[in-house]
Write a protein that binds this ligand. Structure first.
Ligand SMILES: C[S@@+](CC[C@H](N)C(=O)[O-])C[C@H]1O[C@@H](n2cnc3c(N)ncnc32)[C@H](O)[C@@H]1O
Length: 213
């Protein structure tokens, strides 16, 4: 129970999603066995829809981890480029190895460093951004990505309902109070600023979808 959807709903939605292909399925299972925080299957399916709708060729991701979502997005795109940023050296190195094992080193560029510090240096004009890193910095990531987005582009922010805590004070645990405050402020910002249209979906741990006008 993730306090967002009932388990049987998540399981049913998941059961409708086609497997990503053997290689990627094995990689997902390997990541899940290690409890790595990779995207939920339903979130992956929604990302696939957005990539197809936008005919996205350039994607930026904040939070690579071991590369599952960047490899997934790259495979969905078929051609085009994913630029992804990771601050943990261990995960960065592991992502490079996984990307190379999938033969995608020419399609995915991994930057090592804290996105707060290095995002401005990343060059590009992106159709889609996927924010999936330290939740207290989502506003900073968003504003920095915004400068690099094409008009009509979409910014996806994952985990924005954070185990239900964002929507209900009763679920908030003391040590997460700052994170909850920051994510609530972030959702207010992307929901009410007239430059964007945002829809918050109870998919996975909560996914915000923001269209840049
Ligand atoms: C939820 S995981 C990303 C999962 C990945 N997108 C996937 O689905 O396969 C978040 C990752 O973001 C990284 N991270 C957190 N804050 C960051 C920051 N400020 N800059 C760069 N990476 C960050 C963490 O080290 C972690 O590996």
């Amino acid at each position: 129970m993730d306090n967002i959807n009932r388990e049987y709903i998540d399981e049913y939605i998941s059961s409708l999603i086609e497997d990503e292909g053997n290689e990627l399925k094995d990689f997902r299972e390997y990541c899940e066995e290690r409890n790595l925080p990779i995207i939920h299957k339903e979130v992956g399916q929604f990302i696939k829809l957005v990539i197809n709708q936008l005919n996205a060729k350039n994607i930026i991701e904040i939070g690579t981890n071991v590369g599952y979502s960047s490899i997934f997005m790259s495979k969905v795109m078929k051609e085009g480029k994913v630029v992804t940023l990771e601050r943990s050296e261990r995960f960065y190195k592991e992502a490079l190895k996984n990307i190379s094992d999938f033969g995608l080193e020419n399609n995915i560029q991994v930057y090592f460093g804290d996105a707060v510090d290095i995002l401005d240096e990343v060059e590009g004009n992106f159709d889609m951004a996927f924010i999936d890193a330290a939740k207290s910095y989502y506003r900073i990531f968003f504003d920095k990505c915004l400068k690099k987005m094409k008009p009509g582009g979409i910014i996806l922010s994952d985990n924005v309902l954070y185990q239900g805590m964002i929507a209900s004070d009763e679920l908030v645990v003391r040590r997460k109070k700052t994170l909850v405050r920051n994510l609530r402020n972030y959702l207010e910002y992307i929901s009410h600023d007239k430059r964007f249209v945002t829809s918050v979906l109870p998919l996975g741990d909560g996914l915000a979808v923001t269209l840049i006008n």
